[in-house]
Design a protein around this ligand. Structure first.
Ligand code: ZN
Ligand code: ZN
Length: 270
């Protein structure tokens, strides 16, 4: 069974291409039954986020659309809350907690920035040591749940955005795997929902979703909760590559997926 639910989507309130209403209409046209909008929480140093002054209007617009499209789609007001944000976590139907940067020497290096930015940043801030870079990234996962009050963990291994075929570093390295798995374990112990995120595929950076097979297999072993999300930034990619994501999940031993339906989180067999 292929889910028809997506809780990770961006609009023109942040860096999405389409308005909230266009996203809702796009979702309905694609057969999406539950759509959660998840604008980026404000960050003073980043221009791809919502501003503090946008948050009321964001929530009001989603409330308006929920009424207008009632009976056609289950619409939720979420937020993708960055671990470095400081705004309130109240007032949302659910929260995706995400790490987007490593911070060193007062410099914020976006791990999903351009490949040039990442390569130069790791060289300058970590002396080209990608294991140290990965440790600095995954170390933040231990604070993610407390800081963001998240229900869902966004794109767990986002730092591999430009490293699908180990172009930058060896994801088979035992030290890399240990660092990632320990952080994952901590999130699984807190029973967080882990995202199977197809966003980098729709934007042409990768051909496979996050997280990597060794991580997804580990989640399957531990019977962790997994939800497919598209991290969509446009109205035509709201359910992008879901069929492929289901096959990928199955190949890693996942037998059921978490979805949101009828007012709560639920599971479906695949
Ligand atoms: Zn994100
Ligand atoms: Zn996102």
């Amino acid at each position: 069974m292929i889910p028809t639910c997506n809780l990770h989507a961006h609009t023109t309130f942040c860096d999405g291409k389409n308005t909230a209403e266009e996203m809702v209409r796009g979702a309905i046209a694609l057969g999406c039954t539950t759509l959660g909008l998840s604008g980026h929480s404000p960050l003073s140093f980043a221009d791809w986020c919502m501003k503090d002054s946008d948050l009321d209007a964001y929530r009001q617009e989603i409330a308006r659309l929920r009424k207008q499209y009632e009976g056609q789609i289950e619409l939720l007001c979420g937020i993708e809350y960055d671990i470095l944000s400081t705004c309130s976590t109240e007032g949302y139907d659910y929260i995706i907690g995400s790490v987007h940067h490593v911070v060193r020497e007062g410099i914020y290096l976006p791990v999903d920035g351009s490949i040039k930015m990442v390569v130069e940043g790791v060289e300058q801030l970590f002396g080209n040591d990608y294991i140290a870079y990965a440790r600095a990234y995954y170390e933040q996962m231990y604070d993610l749940c407390d800081r963001t009050k998240c229900d869902i963990v966004g794109h767990f291994d986002l730092l591999t955005k430009h490293n699908e075929n180990d172009e930058l570093f060896d994801t088979g390295d035992r030290r890399y795997r240990q660092t990632a798995l320990e952080a994952l374990d901590d999130l699984l112990e807190q029973d967080k929902i882990l995202e199977l995120n197809t966003g980098a595929i729709s934007r042409g950076y990768r051909t496979t979703p996050y997280p990597a097979p060794f991580l997804l297999r580990y989640i399957a072993e531990k019977k962790g909760r997994v939800m497919i999300n598209s991290d969509s930034h446009a109205a035509d990619t709201i359910l992008f590559a879901y069929a492929e994501a289901v096959e990928y999940a199955k190949s890693c031993g996942i037998r059921e997926l978490t979805v949101y339906q009828n007012g709560g989180f639920d599971v479906i067999g695949i």
